[in-house]
Every structure is written in C-alpha cells, then in structure tokens.
Design a protein around this ligand. Sequence first.
Ligand code: OXD
Ligand code: MN
Length: 654
Amino acid sequence: GKGGYSLRTRLDSQSGPVDKNTVQVITVPAPEGSYAVPVVKGDFNILPQAAKIFIAEHVALCKPRGIYICDGSEEEAQELTDKLVSRGNLEKLHKMDNCYLARTDPADVARVESKTFIVTEERSESVPDVAEGVKGILGQWMSTDDATKELAIRFPGCMAGRNMYVLPFCMGPLGSPLSRIGVQLTDFSYVVLSMRVMTRLSPRVWDSIRVGEEFVKCVHSVGCPRPETRKLVNNWPCNPEQILVTHFPDERLIMSYGSGYGGNSLLGKKCFALRIASRLAKEEGWLAEHMLIMSVTNPAGEEKFIAAAFPSACGKTNMAMLQPTLPGWKVQCIGDDIAWMRFDSEGRLRAINPEAGFFGVAPGTNTKTNPVAVQTYQRNSIFTNVGMTDDGGIFWEGMEKDHDPSVGVTTWLGQQGWKVGEGEGKAAHPNSRFCCPASQCPIIHPKWQDPEGVVIEAIIFGGRRPRGVPLVIESLGWEHGVLMGAALKSEATAAAEHRGNTIMHDPMAMRPFMGYNFGHYLEHWLGLQDNPDNKLPKIFHVNWFRLDDNSGKFLWPGFGENIRVLDWICRRINGEEGLTVESAIGLLPAPGALDLQGLGAVDMEQLMSVPKDYWQEDMEETRHFLQQQVGRDLPAVIAQQVHEQSLRVNQITE
Ligand code: OXD
Ligand code: MN
C-alpha cells in the first residue's frame, strides 16, 4: 500500500497434514524464526489464499497458542458459551431462555473515543482543517508512522497462551450487492458470541473471498497475553491503560487493542459499518450512516420507509420499535443503529441494515418505553453489566415497574442483596447492554433481509433539545437539510463525563464515527443532488424533548405518540398541500395539520414556537462551531445556508 501498516511477511504455504486425525499445524515465518501453531478447529487449508495470508501474518505477530476457525454454528456457540461459563465470564440467566450475563472489568465499560483514530498518510484525509489552536472534535487522526510505532508496542505476542478466533462475517444480507464482508481475528470468545449475534457469521464468506471479493481486515486483541502480568477483574481480560482503536481506511484494516467492550471489540459495528464504510461509501458514491431504518404503514395500508439519525442514547432503538398509539397504524423495524444506502438505477435510495442484531443500551428500556425490545431479548441474548435478580432474571434502572421489589438483585459490580429503593448505587452500569438477534424482534420487517434493500423516502435528524427547537421541522430543500444534519446537537446524557445541560454538537450523529474529513463528508452529501435522476428523500428534524419554559416538564408525550409526527411526515412525502407554514428555520406543521385527537392538552403554541433570541444565539453558535471545527473544509454551500438562515431569523417578528 502507500507505506501503510504491514508486516511484509509471506506465507509459503507450510500448512501441515490434512489427515482428519492429526492436528493441522501452521508454520509461519516470524521475526525471530518460524512459529508453529495448531489449528484447534476448522481446516486452514481450504481457506482462500488472501485469508490465509491475513491470518498467517497476524499469527506471526500475535503468537496465539491455537487457531480456531469459526463456522457460526449452534454447536460452536454452545461450546464457547460453556467454556465462558466455566471460567466465570458468563452466568446463565435461569429465568430466561438461553440468555447469559457478562460482567466486565469495571474499567472496561464504554467506547473509548479518546483512543480511537483514523490513520492515513495525510491528516487532511481524516480530519477537517480546524482553526488555529482549536482541538478538533470531529474524529482523530494518527500518522501512519505513529500508528505503526504504537501498534508495535502492543501487538507482538499479544495473544500468547490464547486462541486466535477467526470470524468470517458479512455486514448486510449474504449475497446482497449492498453488503460487505470482513474477517475478524480476536482472542476473546465473548467477542465471537457477540459478533455471531450482531453480524452474519458464515463460512459462505470464504467463497466470496475466493472469487476475489474485497474483505475488511479486523484484528482485535484484549491485550492480555498469558502468563498474565495484570490481575484480571471479574476474569474479564482487558488492558485499559493501553487501549487503542485504529482504522486504516486505505488498507481496509482495523486494529483494536486492549478492550473487550462492544464498540471497541465487535469490529463489524462502529469500526467497520460506520468508520471504514463511510470511507468506502465516499469512494463509491453511497452512504454509511448512524441511522435506524423503519417502515410506517397508515390505516389505508400505504407504507413508507424512513431512516433517522440521532446521537447515541436519544432513543433511536425505541423509535425503531415504536408502538403507534393512533389506531390502524403499523410500524415495522429494519434496523436500529446503522443504515447503508445507495441510489439504484432508477434513482431510488435503497437502504439495508448491515447488522443482524441489536446492541441496545439497557437502562430505561422497559415494557412501557419499548415493549418490543423487551420481547426481543427474552431468548438467545447476551446481557453485559446489567443487574441480575435472585431468580435468574435481569434488572436495570428503569425496570422498577416490571420488577417484584421483594426479589433481590446482584448489581453489575457483583454486590448481592441490592434492593430497589434501598440499594446504594446503581444496579446496572448506565452503558449496560442487551445483545439480541434482530430476527427475534416481533415487528421485524419481512423485507429486513431483502438483498435489494428498502426505498427510503424521508431522512429524519433529531436530538435532545430542551429549549427553542420545535417538535418537527421540514427542511426547505436538500442543502438546507444537509445543514440541519451538520448542525445536529443534543443534550449530554448523565452517562457521559460532560456536565448536565450542556448541548453538544454531534453532526449527522456521526461525530464519534466519522471515517474521513467531515468537510469532505458534507461535500459528498451535497454532491448527491448533482445526479438529476436521484430521487432525494425529504429531510426533517424532530425534537421529542422540548421542555415547558415554566414547569420544566416535557411538552410532548413522546414514545408511541410520535406516530402523529410520522403521520405528518408521510403526508408531506406524498406532497399533500396545506400542511405547512413557513418559518425562519424551515416548514412547520400548519395549525391543525398534526393529528392531535385523543391526546389531551398539549401546548402546541409553545411546542412549535421559534423564539427569535434563542435562534439568533443558536445560529451564531452554529456558525462559530462550523468555522472552528470544519474551517476551510466547510463547503461554501453550507456556509451560505447558515448565512441565509441567520438572515431569516433576524427577520422574525414576535
Ligand atoms: C451505540 C452508540 O452503541 O451509538 O450504538 O454508542
Ligand atoms: Mn449507535
């Protein structure tokens, strides 16, 4: 490649005997002489050459004690599960059906954004040209040289005494032209079990590689070679001081070290399906976005597909599984976190969910906020860092009404006898998760695995905005819609280290997941309008979280009642007239256009108001943010959109 990270070793095909009764042994050239390793499961010889080389290079580097080639089968999952149970990494949840609980080292509980980097030759490929003296928040760049050095400190010998699991996986339905394949190497079987839920883990991927399909190379190590020098907590292997998550988009390579937790270790998700994929998408003219995909069907049976981007922990999973309160309406779910979208030959925007499972934030999920998710995770699911009830069920904050208070809870920290309302601290970590197969979702869309994808007709952006931002706004056009996404902000959640009430920028909900320069990303979005054949979806902004200025209570009930907003959006897609009034910040529902029947009192005037002073300040802040953070890479079209909206805001008469 362009001088990128590479071991430059060769596999001279020294694989051992193929006799079923003898162990296959692979010998690879390593810096200090050849290194031999047994294949403890699978047949190395039948793998495609490109995969053999990838594995051999990393065997030479990481020095595992065995190679375990996964096939994704039930039996394999059972074997790995049993082993993790016997080692105390997993605990069976007896009240549920084939469900397990994992407790991590409390030092390994979250995506580590500060240790996450995009590695390219040129800085400008990865991050925008920020203003002098400004710390960029739209991704972090590391030079190839620095990354090579950092990895050389960590990876050599990092899998000593552990198996290297080899996972062939597909993001998106197997065989779909919109899907992409990858191979992950990992030294932690919890990661194998989770990847088996979240991706299509299948030996069919080897066939695709054999016929020359490009695969994303994913290398993951918990960074705990044996004999262990670091005392494990909860027997959870990790190396928090040394965490490093690096992406090499030019080489389609991810190298992640030190963490066993979700986004850091399930490399198909954020690392591949967002960071690497957004780069692929830029090169190839499609979109990889942090968006749910849902379908909404009205009482007349008319169906629309919608994609929606919200920053983490804004209720994206809840919205993807919304239970409409309006009679006759139906919502079905295609995905809750990531959308891959591409215009087809007829100019329709086709979307697939690249994932096969839900990896949802547990706290706050209950039979009221998301009854569908509750049904989905009753079987074949892995819970991480939640509380466990004495009768072998699960518990977390927000589940109080679904829980018998006389039953004790063991907290995520292993503290026994914790009781609701009495126990100190929290039962579950705020970032605790459920990991469950999407196929179990009772409202999963029949087309959720359709290789063609579904046709997206609206894109929704949203965030937690306690002040100033109306319930729903329709953009004035594509460019204005891209500004809505670029200016996306949300209130920091209590789970984060940031102080409450701070509103943080999270452009396109992609701030932690950008795979390349955000200015170029905006150009890419704007460029989609250059093809006159493209049927661009309408763009909206929603805010379920506006507070009453006097009482401080939510102005809008949210959850299932959000169908009323989706109803309006669907009618707007159909081009229904008379539904809007123009405001300085976009089109708002005309009085009476939202179906509010049976809702009780809602202060629509406050909910829809566009306060001049708030928006003057907001536009100034947005302009400043884009200038500072995107700097010279900010497309002129977006700067112009900011300018025009500022002028409109200045003309508000109150
Ligand atoms: C997630 C996230 O886990 O956005 O989906 O953090
Ligand atoms: Mn997410």
